[in-house]
Design a protein around this ligand. Sequence first.
Ligand SMILES: [Zn+2]
Length: 137
Amino acid sequence: MERGLLLCGAAGPSFFVPTLERMHDDLPPDLPRLEAIETYLVLSLERVRAKKKAVLLREEERQRGERARPPAPDWLIEYGLNRDAMPVAVHLGDCHIAAKSSRVKGVDSDTVRRAIAGGVEACIHCRPDAELGYLEG
Ligand SMILES: [Zn+2]
C-alpha cells in the first residue's frame, strides 16, 4: 500500500498528498547515480552562489557610485558647437533636452540671470526664465 495522506471530500477521494518519504522516491537507489546527482547539485549550488556574489558586488558598486556622485547642478548653460562657442541656451539642471547635450556646464542662478539678460535663450522645455521669475511675453 502506498504511504501518504488520502484526502476525502464529499464526492469521495479527491487527491493524494505524498509523504516526504514518497517525494524522494524519484531518486535512483544506487550509490554511483546518487553521487553523480550530488556532484551535479553541489556544482550547481556553487555556480548560483558565485553568480549571486557577483550580482551583490555589482549592486554594491552601483550604490557606492551613486553616493559618490556630486549632486546635479540647479542650472545649466549650453554652449554652441565651436571651440570658443558662446552660450546658446540656459536650462534647469534636470532638463531632459540639456541631458542630451555634452556641451553643458553647471552654473549658479546669478550666471543664468546674467546670461538671460545678455540675450542667451532660455530653454522652452524647462523654462529657467519662469523659474527665475521672468514674465512671459
Ligand atoms: Zn531645458
